[in-house]
Design a protein around this ligand. Structure first.
Ligand code: FAD
Length: 404
């Protein structure tokens, strides 16, 4: 038995934002929490690295935004914020245009009359799926079809293809609906009420994770059945991928990204920290880390640029059943086929937990096999923690096990 399990009330697997939120809420309530993390850092994908003259987001640009005051207030306990509004441009036939596509983008692509006609619909936003499928009134039908053509050819289709590779044609419609076309000229990427950057994500996660009631252990593929059995029915929150837990099914597919950081001496638009290149070059986007980290667009040492090249997640099972991941499992793939596989995993994982006498909740981006922005990860963690607290209360009241 590698850990003194009897000393703890709650086990959390994974110290990303989800695991840290649950661990912190529990520790604030007086629980003794053991967190098992595979990496030697806490914070999951929020972690920053040092290099090129300052800190930068190691796992891709992370921009905080949310509308929920409760989540903003919770995170504000652990960080101060730097005002920040994210802006993105994309290359369109040699010009840089606002993304999401807005009034000015439509003007540049199809002319001002087209932009006025789209705005005259009275709709604030339009999804790409609606552009293609909705039955538009006669007076805008032509312009909507032109917009669908140009937006599809230069943005949605090539970006989706490169981002998702062979999965592109199978994806849920929700994937392209995430970035809606705007009829006004708002060129901010997000329109949420709270938009800001923590001064440092590393400080945010360290402040959140630093609590006398939380113990961290770095773990490397332990025998999870043994760990769960030894924890003896006390709550366990699993924020890792389910294929690390159950080894009887094909691996859950993910998309990965290769991030590369270099120093350049030119940045084409000092208003936008990210430049997307949906249909040209090897990368999907370039981000200016100086701007994201609050160092100004350019500085004497040059522009710290991060490029992203999406790719297949490469992994296989070793002879002992453990997974060897050759790159990071970053994006769950949202489609019918993977949902069915995930459901099968959940069924087997719950049956395994029951057989071990363990009480396990699956949470977060990996545990739920669902893309979560940071605020959604915190919201998910908060609701899972409420279930854990109810379970503990019910057990203490009558020793009764409850199904949540
Ligand atoms: C490229 C990219 C860009 C993003 N940009 C934004 C953005 O701009 N704004 C935004 O709001 N959100 C963004 N996100 C989403 C954000 O990263 C997630 O919301 C957040 O990381 C979710 O936290 P999590 O704890 O659920 O998952 P993770 O951060 O993945 O944490 C999971 C943790 O579990 C650990 N783990 C995995 N397997 C095991 C195991 N077997 N045993 C023990 N530990 C294990 C991992 O090492 C990791 O520390 C982005 C995500 C990506 C991939």
């Amino acid at each position: 038995m590698p850990y003194p399990y009897h000393d703890f009330d709650l086990l959390v697997v994974g110290a990303g934002l989800t695991g840290l939120t649950i661990g912190r809420l529990a520790a604030d309530d007086g629980l003794r929490v053991l967190v098992l993390e595979a990496r030697d850092t806490i914070g999951g994908n929020l972690v920053e690295s040092e290099g090129h003259g300052g800190a930068y987001h190691k796992y891709g640009p992370h921009i905080f935004h949310c509308n929920d005051e409760r989540i903003f207030n919770f995170l504000s306990r652990f960080t101060e914020w730097r005002p920040y509004q994210h802006k993105v441009r994309f290359w369109y036939r040699g010009k840089l245009l606002p993304l999401p596509i807005n009034y000015d983008t439509i003007t540049a692509m199809l002319g001002e009359a087209a932009a006025r006609a789209v705005a005259a619909t009275g709709l604030e936003t339009i999804t790409y799926a609606d552009l293609l499928n909705k039955s538009w009134p006669d007076d805008v039908r032509t312009v909507m079809s032109e917009l669908a053509e140009v937006a599809g050819r230069y943005v949605y289709k090539p970006y989706t293809q490169r981002m998702w590779g062979e999965w592109a044609d199978k994806l849920d419609a929700s994937v392209t609906s995430r970035v809606k076309i705007r009829t006004n000229n708002d060129d901010r990427y997000f329109t949420d009420r709270y938009q800001a950057m923590p001064f440092r994500y590393n400080d945010l996660v360290n402040n959140m994770g630093r609590h006398g009631g939380i113990t961290y252990e770095t773990c490397s593929a332990p025998d999870w059945a043994e760990v769960l059995f030894c924890f003896g029915g006390k709550p366990v929150v699993w924020t890792a991928s389910l294929d690390d837990f159950v080894d009887e099914l094909p691996l859950l597919p993910y998309r990965s990204v290769s991030f590369n950081t270099y120093i350049g001496f030119y940045w084409p638009d000092n208003m936008a920290a990210t430049i997307n290149t949906p249909d040209v070059g090897p990368f999907t986007r370039y981000s200016n880390m100086n701007m994201l980290m609050g160092r100004g667009a350019e500085k004497d040492g040059g522009v710290v640029v991060m490029t992203e090249r999406p790719m297949e997640h490469m992994a296989e099972r070793g002879s002992g059943g453990q997974i060897i991941r050759h790159n990071d499992a970053l994006y769950p793939i949202p489609c019918e086929e993977t949902r069915r596989l995930y459901d099968e995993y959940t069924r087997l994982a719950e049956a395994t937990a029951l057989a071990l006498g363990a009480k396990v909740w699956f949470a977060g981006r990996l545990g739920r096999y669902q893309y979560f922005d940071m605020h959604q990860a915190v919201a998910n963690a908060m609701s899972v923690y409420q279930e854990v607290a109810r379970y503990r209360a019910a057990k203490q009241d009558g020793g009764v096990d409850v199904t949540v």
